[in-house]
Ligand binder design. Sequence first.
Ligand SMILES: [Zn+2]
Length: 285
Amino acid sequence: MKKEEFKVKKGIYNDWNEVFKNPRPVTVKSFITGYVMINKRGALNPDHPDAGKINDEALKVPILAHWIHHTQYGEYLVDAGLDSSYYGDPYGKMKGIFAGLFKRLKLFGDAFIQKKNQDIIYHLKNNSIKLNGVFLSHLHSDHVAGVRDLPKDIFYVVGKGEKYVNHKPFFYGDYLKGIKTLHEIDFSKAPTMPILGPCVDIFGDGSFWAIPTPGHTPGHMSFLVNGEKNLVLLATDACFIKSGFEKGIGSSDYTDDVLMAQSSLNNLVEFKKVYTQVEVLCGHE
Ligand SMILES: [Zn+2]
C-alpha cells in the first residue's frame, strides 16, 4: 500500500460565520453497524480535574459509519464501521498464530456485537449508495473493519501521521487489504479557521470539512457537514460519548496521547460554545 498526499482544494472561506451563512446541498446520515462494550471509566478520563468520581460501568455503545451525500460531488463515508464478518463472530475474522488464544482469553474485552442486517454493505445496498470514497477518522478496528467488504477502486483518506497496525503474523484483521493507495491529508498546508486551526474544505465549496483532532491516535480527524438541512460536527473519537462532550472530558482508554486528545476536545467544546447552532455527534453515541 503506498501513501499519497490528498490534494487539498483551495477553499474560499476563512470565517465559520460565512461558511454557515452558505449551507450546501449535502446531507449526513449515520448507520449503526454493531455495538461494543466500553467502560465509562476510561471513556471519560477519571484523572481529568473535573471528572469527580467516575465508576466502572459497562456501556453498550454503537459502532457508527456516516453517509455523506453531496448532490454535486457524490457519496462518501466517514468511517466504515463493521463488515458482515462480526455477525455471529465477535472477533470478525481475526487471523494469526495468537488469534485463537486471544479470543479465549478475551484479551480484547467482549469485542463486538452485530445483529443481522447491521453491517456496512447492508446499509449501502438498502440506501442504493454508490461510493466515491471513504474518509477514515482513524484506523482502529471499530472504524475500519467494514473496509474489507467495500469496493477497492475508490479513494481512501486518512490524516497524515496515522499509523496502521496489522500485527502479522501474530494476530491481524487485514482491514485495508486490497487498497493500493492511502491518501493522507496534510493539515500543515491547510488554511487556518477560527478556534479549530487548520481545516480542510474537502470539496472547496464549504460543504464538508476535515478537522485535525490528534491524540486518540496521531492522525485522528473529526468532520463538519454544512448542509441545508443539517449542520453537524462529527467529533468521531475525539469524544466517545455525549456526556464527555457536555462535561468537556476526553477519553483515556484506547487513547494514544491523553493530554493531546483532551486539548483537541477542548477546541471542539470551545467551537460549540461559540457556534451553538452546530449539532455535535460523538464517536460512539
Ligand atoms: Zn471508536
